[in-house]
Design a protein around this ligand. Structure first.
Ligand code: SF4
Length: 247
């Protein structure tokens, strides 16, 4: 690691580098951002960063190799990025993914999940769900997010219910901040499921795939009628992520 040094109007943050060839190095900043530099650029970065081209300097500042001499906010931001990066190590894992089932009714070309809803061996057993819940609480993190993914996890809503209720029961003594998220196509939703998700404050995360013409808000409303119970405010739909249209 090289150490910070004030040079003219630009300050160098600590960074490391690894030589790739005679005239190429990969430089890694304290935040883990990286860039490729020529030998000349490396020397310029160390000895006179202000001599670097403006565009290059801007890139290096955005990746926490440099900061303006009067820009103390950058140092605080760097500190915050490092703390966030190490939080998982010091505070324990906070995000836990449970996959109740690998089955899904959809047929996305890029996905390898099981299409056959009659097949066996693609879902967790209740015993495994119990074991998973206990394992999650082995993390010392104050906030635990349990995210259900799949396949389409709502196909095994019974297992989701089991996990939520067991986690809440364990939490009566653990007293962590618990958060539940279901990543789903939403096609399995029923009014009863909606009531349950509202009751337990469960977030939904979904995506609408397809060309731009089919994922505008008007189309969303035509695909998912606004009088569905889960569309009522203040329902917690975690995201309306969309995917590129060119497939
Ligand atoms: S909706 Fe998701 S889980 Fe289902 S086939 Fe498509 S990518 Fe796979």
């Amino acid at each position: 690691m090289l150490h910070a040094d004030k040079v003219n109007r630009t300050v160098l943050f600590p960074f490391g580098f690894h030589r790739l060839g005679n005239d190429s190095v990969v430089a890694i900043s304290a935040t883990g951002d990286y860039t490729f530099l020529s030998q000349v650029e490396l020397l310029a970065l160390i000895e006179s960063p202000d001599s670097l081209a403006l565009e290059r300097r801007a890139e290096l500042q955005s990746k926490f190799f440099l900061r303006g001499q009067s820009s103390t906010g950058s140092s605080q931001l760097l500190l915050s990025r490092i703390i966030t990066k190490k939080e998982t190590v010091t505070g324990g894992a906070s995000l836990h993914i449970l996959v109740p089932t690998l089955q899904c009714e959809h047929s996305c070309q890029y996905c390898q999940v099981s299409r056959s809803l009659d097949a066996t061996g693609y879902s967790m057993t209740p015993k495994q769900v119990t074991a998973a819940c206990k394992t999650i609480f082995q993390s010392p993190a104050k906030t635990l997010t349990i995210e259900f993914q799949g396949g389409d996890p709502l196909i095994r809503f019974d297992l989701i219910q089991q996990a939520i209720e067991q986690a809440l029961e364990i939490n009566e003594t653990e007293q962590r901040n618990l958060r539940f998220v279901i990543t789903s196509t939403l096609h399995q939703l029923t009014p009863d499921i909606c009531d349950y998700l509202k009751k337990y404050n469960v977030y939904l995360s979904t995506s609408l795939d397809g060309p731009a013409s089919t994922i505008g808000i008007d189309q969303i409303q035509s695909v998912i009628p606004m009088n569905e119970p889960w569309m009522e405010s203040p329902w917690r739909v975690g995201s309306w992520a969309t995917t590129p249209s060119q497939r």
